[in-house]
Ligand binder design. Structure first.
Ligand code: SAH
Length: 347
């Protein structure tokens, strides 16, 4: 079993070995192959008690995520605008960018992701989009304007959903886009409603990656596309069963402040998609393209305006800011990877 599956202890009140045995089968495909043995172990420990504990830990995580984004989204918007994700940069560029340069890099991230997935502007087929983990709706509004598509975004944060809807109204887009509070693992949509399912930096929050991916596939229309852009840990080498303890420790510290469960690798996502018979599965490691992002966020946090806003925003924001150097360390040491995984649902 991969030690990397064990969630950070702050989020889970169960002893670690119990959590692992419960969660591993659904987290990773690889683990699914071993799932019946693991389920049996779980059942023999008293499945009712374990299931109840898992439900409450999942709820605690959901609440933590909602509270985190309720508190921090205003601060982020004030300083960085409505895209709550990394920018896409030229890895060879050594120029220190202006604020507008970073915002352009965030738009470039959307454009590059669409391009990578083979979704082009000429594509008239994109009529409906589901934005899973929508933040304050930056991607949805951009994609709605670009394709003339209808977008529905979901987030766990009521503050984000309200702000996203308000911005849509202010930008005269409310006939095209709307946002609501809903869980990505249990989406309030019918099967096959979406030509494009978009998950920009939300997958890392999902405690059950298999369920997450299954829901993305369920709401995608036949022939539709799925784009997952997400934080991953490095792929394990052949014969390697888990990350190194120091690597796991680094990720656990990030998990605590950013409300993340156990991480997985890009390969884990690819295997999940393969198991569901998705087509045209593509993936890439964009870690080098996002390298300038966290240093830039730290620079803005250290300005006078940044510091004042941070202090006003509250403890979760301050803890988040203090965790940012760990993200840089994770990328530099090759533990953290910025992955894009895309595919098409068969007709
Ligand atoms: N995609 C947005 C926001 C990224 S921040 C952007 O690029 O601007 C992560 C988002 O994932 C937040 O909006 C958070 O509420 C959402 N999220 C995390 N877990 C979720 C879940 N289980 N269901 C729905 N949304 C979730």
């Amino acid at each position: 079993m991969k030690a990397t599956l064990a969630p950070p202890s702050s989020l889970i009140s169960l002893p670690r070995h119990k959590v692992s045995s419960l969660r591993s089968p659904s987290l990773l495909l690889q683990s699914q192959r071993r799932s019946s043995a693991l389920m049996t172990t779980t059942a023999s420990r008293g499945s009712v008690a374990v299931t109840a504990a898992a439900t409450s830990s999942a709820e605690a995580l959901r609440e933590g995520i909602a509270e985190f984004y309720n508190e921090t989204s205003g601060l982020w918007e004030e300083i960085w605008g409505d895209h709550m994700h990394h920018g896409f940069y030229d890895p060879d560029s050594s120029v220190q960018l202006s604020d507008s340069g970073h915002r352009e890099a965030q738009i470039r991230m959307i454009e590059e992701s669409l391009r990578f997935a083979g979704v082009t502007e000429e594509e008239k087929k994109i009529k409906r989009v589901v934005d899973v983990g929508c933040g304050i709706g930056g991607s949805s509004r951009y994609i709605a304007s670009k394709f003339g598509a209808e977008c529905i975004g979901i987030t766990l944060s009521p503050v984000q959903a309200k702000r996203a809807n308000d911005l849509a109204t202010a930008q005269s887009l409310s006939h095209k886009v709307s946002f609501q509070v809903a869980d990505a693992l249990d989406q309030p949509f019918e099967d096959g409603i979406s030509d494009l399912v978009w998950s920009m930096e939300s997958g890392e929050h999902m405690p059950d990656k298999a369920k997450f991916v299954k829901e993305l596939v369920r709401v995608t229309a036949p022939g539709g596309r799925i784009i997952i852009v997400t934080w991953c840990h490095r792929n394990l080498s052949q014969g390697e069963e888990s990350l190194q303890p120091w690597e796991q420790n680094l990720l656990d510290r990030i998990c605590k402040t950013f409300y993340l469960p156990a991480w997985c690798s890009t390969t884990d996502y690819v295997e999940l998609l393969q198991s569901l018979s998705l087509q045209d599965i593509k993936y890439a490691d964009w870690s080098e393209n996002v390298a300038p992002f966290w240093p830039a966020v730290i620079r803005t946090a250290l300005t006078w305006k940044g510091l004042v806003s941070l202090l006003r925003s509250g403890m979760k924001s301050i803890k988040g800011a203090l965790t940012m150097p760990l993200m840089i360390e994770g990328y530099k040491k090759g533990v953290i990877k910025f992955g894009i995984i895309t595919c098409q649902k068969p007709l």
